[in-house]
Design a binder for this molecule. Sequence first.
Ligand code: KG4
Ligand code: ZN
Length: 356
Amino acid sequence: MNQSLTVLGLESSCDDTAAAVVRNGSILSSIVADQTALHAAFGGVVPEIAARAHAEKLDHCVEQALDTAGVTLAEIDAIAVTAGPGLIGGVLSGVMMAKGLSAATGKPLIGVNHLAGHALTPRLTDGLAYPYLILLVSGGHCQFLKVDGPTSFKRLGSTIDDAPGEAFDKTARLLGLPQPGGPSVEQHATDGDETRFAFPRPLLDRPGCDLSFSGLKTALLRQRDALIADQGGLHAQDINDLCAGFQAAVRDVLTEKSRRALDAAPDITGFAVAGGVAANTSLRHALEALSQARDIPFVAPPLALCTDNAAMIAHAGAERFAMDGADDLSLSARPRWPLDQSAPAALGSGKKGAKA
Ligand code: KG4
Ligand code: ZN
């Protein structure tokens, strides 16, 4: 890779507006403006509100990213932008902004797949060499990918319905806990008994690495309603035990499917995890133990780089630019853009847009 490349990255595919400057694999700045407050009253991301907020915030984020990095636009070598997959209005806001910057400055434009940004993060944080296995696990994504190069991915399995973060968020909603659900559920699970309620372990009876999480939410709803019918409401300990049981089911399923994905990808340099759900301590520990037992390096990037950010887009853009060169101004925004074009389409669509 060209070691003197300074790349400005833009990200606006979900509900975070982000800009970052990355030079030679070092993050000079990474600005993320989240929209949680704007969507709070609606219980989920509203695409139109997200798109408008991105359009309003992107230029501020770019200014802040350049200021924090201490570089001018003239010192940027290329502009990388998420061109999909995601909520199309948001993706368009970013692509239009990047095209404007590219047209005005003459700097090369690089369209980046958002999922490639996540999948290449272990190279930015830990210099992980190709090929490696990654589990992307967030509110909108859940898939196992063997990463062979900047644009070369083999999908070994994915969710056929909800993403795990989505299931954590729904669980929190059903139990009256605050959003985002993952951290709330994890906190309550700490004081809970994971064995009190029986939760299914979906798709473990079927071979392969595909996953399913919507049944867990239904199981939780049934347990909750049975308790309410029986005792007239939920005690604090019931909520803790339900959270612990649910979290254990997600952890066990992801760990067992990771074991199978590792079996299916024998010649790898390491196993990485990324996405918001990778913040879950119980899951992280289980995946780390699995990797250690197999003597495979385990990489879990810091949380700020696991969740949506533009540093990963700048980095993935730099790798793509070095390999393929730039895009032109005909670059289009894509709501769907699977990383592994040969894999069959996954079913369903997450709370943050279509799954790839
Ligand atoms: O990657 P991310 O920031 O956004 C996308 O979905 O792209 O992931 C957010 C998701 C939310 O669903 C949130 O509930 C979940 O990650 N999450 C967690 C934890 N922290 C965040 N899930 C489980 N345990 C956590 N500690
Ligand atoms: Zn993401």
